[in-house]
Structure formats: structure tokens, C-alpha cells
Design a protein around this ligand. Sequence first.
Ligand code: NAP
Length: 236
Amino acid sequence: MSTSQKVVVVTGASQGIGAELVKAFRKLDYRVVATARSIKPSEDSNILTVAGDIADPATAQRVISEAVARFGRIDTLVNNAGIFIAKPFTQYTAEDYAAITSVNVAGFFYITQLAIAEMEKNASGHVVTVTTSLIDHAIDGVPSVLASLTKGGLNAATRSLAIEYAKKGIRANAVSPGIIKSPMHPQESHAALGALHPVGHMGEMSDVVGAVLYLDAAPFVTGEILHVDGGQSAGH
Ligand SMILES: NC(=O)c1ccc[n+]([C@@H]2O[C@H](COP(=O)([O-])OP(=O)(O)OC[C@H]3O[C@@H](n4cnc5c(N)ncnc54)[C@H](OP(=O)(O)O)[C@@H]3O)[C@@H](O)[C@H]2O)c1
């Protein structure tokens, strides 16, 4: 088993931004561990797929242990799995709360802990987490407190990890997208969603992918929340 090739773990990799990240990292010749509940086996021997619910610590355990068994190391973890539930605050149900905290927070916590423990063995690694610019700039007409509650915590945790591990060779960054054309948003909503951005249109999945790849190749950048949001976080 060669261990010279870099290895990235991508969560939420079955569709949307996560699936695009898998393709982009493969183009850079990374070996990729892709996880999601509905992920299918790949014919590419450099892609290991692990199916499971990212909120379950047992999934995190399987992803990291199978990654190390197959590829020998973990260089990068992309915490991309996430769900979004927009509702007026008082209409959120206990199920909404449980679902969004499970995927967005528990789904970050367990796998990041295990990935960093592996990275520490090589004194090298990078954790990049996909959050959202709604955290910095709530939008009138898009009530989404549970997105802010969970993803806001991830931005704060990113800075905290960056400082805790700064001298240990491990970086932590986040990409904070605006609203992106992914399967999350039906085509008929695009015009209205586009108008929510100062630039007047939605972002592409490639915009987020490009930001993740930049951060991964930027050894002096840690604790950064990189906004890829058509100006949303700057103002309106
Ligand atoms: N699209 C946007 O406008 C936008 C804006 C800001 C931030 N983001 C963030 O970007 C990330 C990717 O979003 P996207 O637009 O690509 O969304 P998407 O198309 O809905 O994809 C979400 C991915 O997360 C996985 N996932 C959901 N629940 C999961 C669970 N319990 N366990 C494991 N995997 C789970 C899904 O796979 P399975 O269903 O197969 O499990 C899927 O692969 C998310 O964190 C999202 O919050 C997106």
C-alpha cells in the first residue's frame, strides 16, 4: 500500500456539492473516502465509499477506520454533510431540532474527533467545514434559526480547532456559501433565491469546490471562514 498519495474524507458525498468535491479531489489524484447514507460503491479503486448516517458515531468510526485500513492516512476531512430546514421559529418541531442538530453538529463532532486523532499521528492535516453565510447575515423572509444555531457553532468550532491545533500541523477552515445551485433547491426557486444575493444570482457548486481546494492548498491559512456568497455577508 503506497502512502504517498493524499487522502481526503468527504461527508455528504452522494450528491450535490459533496459529489462534486469527490470528482475534484480525484482530478488532483487524491484518494477519496466518500460517505453518505445513500452512497453507492465506486468502480474507481481510489474511491472508498462507506454508507451510513453521519450523526451516528458508529458511522464515523467505520469511515475513519476503513479509510486508514485501505489508504493508510488521512490528510483532509471535508465536513460537507448538512441539512437545512427553514421555518418560522415557533413552527420548528422537536423532530426538526433533532434532525438538524444530529446531522449538522453530531455529524461534525464524531468524525472530526476521529480524523484529527489520525492526523495527529502524522502532525499534519486539514479540516474544512461547509457552513452558510446566513449565520453572518440573516435574511428577512428566510427564517432559519436552526441553521444559524448549528452552522454558527461550526464556524466558532472551526476557529477554536484552528487555535488548538495550530502548532500541531493541523489546520481548520470553513467555507461559508451563499445559496448554491445544488439538488437542495428546485430549479423553479432559482430566480427568487438568486435575488437574495448582492450579485443578483445564485452560486454554482464549482464555486464552493474551488474554495475548498484553495483552502486545502494554503498552508498559511487556518481559522479562516471563507465566504463564497455573492457578497451576502458583506451587506445588502
Ligand atoms: N446548496 C446551498 O444553497 C447551500 C448553502 C449553504 C450551505 N450549504 C451546505 O453545503 C453542504 C452540501 O449541501 P448540498 O447543497 O450539496 O446539499 P444536498 O444536495 O442536499 O446534499 C446533502 C448531502 O448530505 C448528505 N446527508 C444528509 N443527511 C445525512 C445524514 N444523516 N447522514 C449522512 N449524510 C447525510 C446527503 O446524502 P444522503 O441523503 O445519501 O445521506 C447528501 O449527500 C451542506 O452542509 C449544506 O448545509 C448548501
